[in-house]
Design a protein around this ligand. Structure first.
Ligand code: TTP
Ligand code: MG
Length: 385
């Protein structure tokens, strides 16, 4: 099963999140001067007919009480990265397709997380709890339907198309909803009397392919519920990271260490799930002035241990002069080796033993988390979360 997630009125919702005075109000993101267009609008503004790509002057006419705000791309990217790192907890196969949407292959997740309804609801809950924003989720046996499904009950929707319902769904599906079918294609299809995806089946494959070219073949496959495009994580095996924006900027290293541990846990878990070891550990810090710093170190013995990643990240933090308040902290790992690959052992017997003991702890923790959920075991220092 494929899950598609799309944030609701993303830029506008972030503006409402950061400025509570905007909550519940019609917010229009875009340049208010000259010939600016609407980048996006909150659902309150959409009620008045305001939508993306509409000239601002027209939006003002439709919704005079609309509050126009310029965009803050940096901030949207920051939240986007946080969302993507959360998704990695649910499946190793996450493909980000735009700033606010991603596909997840959840086929192998039933055992750990439950059925599609459960995983869809859990992902929504997790995002709501962490970044305080709502999203819409669609789940279907194939990618193109998952995307259509996520759009069906916006905002805050969850739509599932099971394989049993798929044929009926396809038969009724308005052809204009299928991605790649634009205005001119719609006109061509209308001439042939094709309005729903199911109508495609009335025609012979060769006739349609002759008329519509390459895309004809694709539509024919879609009409049978076939879409071979896999979920392809494009950062596959390059780096894994976790980060968060703090609820309040801080200078306190002890407080920052708690976040490092949480991120090390997430990154370590993902490494173990992918059966990888990392040779480089990275610390990412963004100051209150949005200055970004990264510090990294190579380790002799590539690791997948939470504890080791945490300790190295702490060392990097110790060496980092914190003189400006910090707003974001993250941990990343890269330079991967397959788990089975040769691993150079630490020189000292004692360290080696310690490292292998930590790996045993990780395995035990992973085992319990898989069985009883991620919150069943926690390290003492993050227990009060
Ligand atoms: P969308 O997901 O298309 O729109 P949205 O999240 O604002 O609203 P919806 O609830 O319908 O999903 O796009 C995500 C963000 O991308 C959007 O908040 C603003 C930005 N964007 C552009 O910069 N240009 C555009 O033309 C569109 C459509 C969106
Ligand atoms: Mg969106």
């Amino acid at each position: 099963m494929i899950l598609h997630l799309d944030m609701d009125a993303f830029f506008a919702s972030v503006e409402q999140l950061d400025n509570p005075e905007l909550k519940g109000k019609p917010v229009i993101v875009g340049k208010s001067s000259g010939r600016g267009v609407v980048t996006t609008a909150s659902y309150e503004a959409r009620k008045y007919g305001v939508h993306s790509a509409m000239p601002i002057f027209e939006a003002k006419k439709k919704c005079p009480q609309g509050i126009i705000v310029p965009g803050r791309m940096e901030r949207y990217k920051e939240i986007s990265a946080e969302i993507i790192s959360l998704l990695g907890d649910f499946s190793p196969l996450v493909e980000q397709v735009s700033i606010d949407e991603a596909y997840l292959d959840i086929s192998g997740c039933r055992k750990i997380f439950g059925g599609p309804e459960k995983i869809g609801a859990d992902i929504k809950k997790k995002i709501k709890a962490t970044v305080k924003l709502s999203c819409s989720v669609g789940i279907a046996p194939v990618k193109f339907l998952a995307k259509i499904a996520s759009d069906m009950k916006k905002p805050d929707g969850l739509t599932i198309i099971t394989s049993d319902h798929m044929p009926e769904f396809i038969d009724k599906l308005d052809i204009r909803k299928v991605s790649g079918v634009g205005k001119s294609m719609t006109r061509q299809l209308e001439i042939l009397g094709i309005r729903s995806l199911g109508d495609i089946k009335k025609y012979s494959e060769t006739a349609l392919a002759n008329r519509l070219g390459k895309y004809g073949h694709r539509l024919i496959a879609f009409s049978k519920g076939i879409d071979d495009s896999p979920v392809t994580p494009f950062n596959q095996a390059k780096s894994i990271s976790a980060e968060n924006t703090l609820s309040m900027d801080t200078l306190d290293k002890e407080e920052l260490k708690v976040y490092l541990l949480r991120h090390a846990e997430r990154v370590g878990r993902q490494l173990r799930r992918h059966k990888l070891r990392a040779g480089t550990i990275m610390l990412k810090i963004k100051t209150a002035e949005f200055k970004l710093f990264t510090r990294s170190m190579t380790i002799k013995e590539p690791t997948q241990s939470t504890e080791i990643i945490y300790r190295k990240a702490v060392t990097l933090l110790k060496n980092f002069r914190v003189d400006k308040k910090i707003r974001l902290i993250g941990v990343g790992v890269s330079s991967f080796l397959l788990e089975t690959g040769p691993v150079q052992m630490e020189l000292f017997e004692e360290n080696r033993e310690q490292a292998s003991n930590w790996e045993k702890v990780d395995r035990a923790v992973d085992g319990i988390s898989e069985k009883y959920g991620k919150h069943a075991v926690k390290r003492a220092s993050i227990y009060d979360e």
